[in-house]
Design a binder for this molecule. Structure first.
Ligand code: GDP
Length: 359
């Protein structure tokens, strides 16, 4: 078997196949500048037009109030056509092999006739607008396939805002006919919690022998995992990977039982050689079968819907509070006073809030 190219290699660009003619895309864009028609966009999405889907997600990601209104209408109209997919979260530290793994599993799924959308949440966008996930050429083969749709993380805003946008993009992808959605994130912090709250199944990729400390994986993240995958189980690493598998199995036994009635498994894969990939998919299907039967699948989705309602309220209040020019000035003054010891942080916060609510 020939060794697959790494997802890290920057290769000569492959042009993504066109799902609509260039002319049609141009016509759509020209029209969009004048007046973006919600019904037409929804029609485009429902017919599986990837260019239209991309544009609609761009509107979701836009911070312009005008775009947000249109995006809201599009989401509302797509909502009845959404929900019909398996949503899988995938996390792990940089270098563990997430993109290589997603490419291998993605190609396996597409060969089985699935349509796959890969969305990402990059926690680094919050601080720097930069990215841990997106700077390399990723998933070359998958991105060239017309049955795959790969969208990098929304590139700016708070983590909460970025996650909400991804949550909304899932709805559009499902309406466009994608039956499998992967949400990728980096295993370093709070972004897992966000991803966990929008997926049906959560995969944690680990390496053998790196030590949990080294991998920066917190116990909380392990507890969220429905399956742990030890990747890079190939070559000289196979023995170590098997030992790690046993260790993690033992560790998982010490965790409290899950609400879903599912016992997390520890699986071995080699993403570069595409081994163990099918077992991961069968594992996810097994989970779907079990939790559909015992009712957890739907319960979880309902809980998530409530969670996102409250998240959206919080996010909206936060941005409304902080994005006002007059208030920005007040905040600066209060910060100064806090630092000079003229007022306590709590009193300052209360006064700022009082001003906000009186306004
Ligand atoms: P990410 O940062 O988690 O997305 O990791 P990448 O998919 O970019 O992989 C990081 C490096 O690990 C690349 O050089 C890959 O070729 C390599 N890699 C990924 N999966 C495997 C694997 O299963 N076995 C081996 N030996 N290397 C792998």
């Amino acid at each position: 078997m020939t060794k697959k190219k790494s997802a890290l290699n920057v290769m000569k660009g492959i042009d993504a196949p066109e799902t609509v003619s260039k002319d049609a895309a141009k016509r759509f864009l020209a029209k969009r500048k004048k007046d973006l028609n919600v019904d037409e966009t929804v029609k485009g999405i429902l017919s599986g037009n990837i260019s239209v889907l991309s544009l609609a997600i761009t509107l979701i990601e836009s911070n312009l109030p005008k775009h947000q209104v249109i995006a809201k209408n599009i989401i509302e109209k797509c909502l009845p056509y959404s929900g019909n997919s398996i949503r899988v979260g995938i996390t792990g530290v940089p270098g563990v092999g997430k993109s290589t793994f997603i490419e291998a599993l993605g190609i396996y799924l597409i060969n089985k006739g699935h349509k796959l959308a890969v969305l990402a949440i990059d926690p680094s966008s919050e601080q720097s607008g930069g990215s841990i996930l997106g700077d390399k050429t990723r998933m070359e083969q998958l991105s060239a396939d017309k049955n795959a749709f790969i969208r990098p993380s929304p590139s700016s805003g708070s983590l909460g805002g970025v996650a909400r946008k991804t949550r909304e993009s899932i709805i559009l992808c499902e309406a466009a006919g994608f039956d499998t959605i992967f949400i990728e994130t980096v295993g370093v912090g709070q972004s897992e919690t966000k991803v966990h709250s929008m997926v049906d199944f959560f995969l944690l990729l680990m390496l053998a022998g790196a030590g949990d400390e080294l991998q920066g994986i917190k116990r909380g993240i392990m507890e969220m995992a429905d399956t742990i995958i030890i990747n890079k189980a190939d070559g000289n690493n196979v023995h170590k990977a098997k030992l790690a598998q046993k260790e993690y199995e033992n560790a998982l036994h010490l965790f409290p039982p899950t609400q879903s009635g599912w016992t997390p498994d520890v699986l071995l894969t080699s993403a570069v050689n595409s081994t163990g990939i099918e077992d991961v998919w069968l594992n996810i299907k097994k989970y779907q079968k079990l939790t559909s039967k015992n009712g957890y699948w739907l319960q979880n989705r309902h809980r998530q819907a409530k969670f996102w309602m409250h998240e959206t309220i919080l996010e909206s209040l936060k941005s409304n509070f902080y994005n006002d020019a007059v208030r920005k000035k007040q905040i600066k003054e209060f910060e100064k006073n806090v630092l000079e010891g003229k007022i306590s942080p709590f009193e300052a916060a209360q006064e700022l809030l009082d001003k906000y609510f009186k306004f």
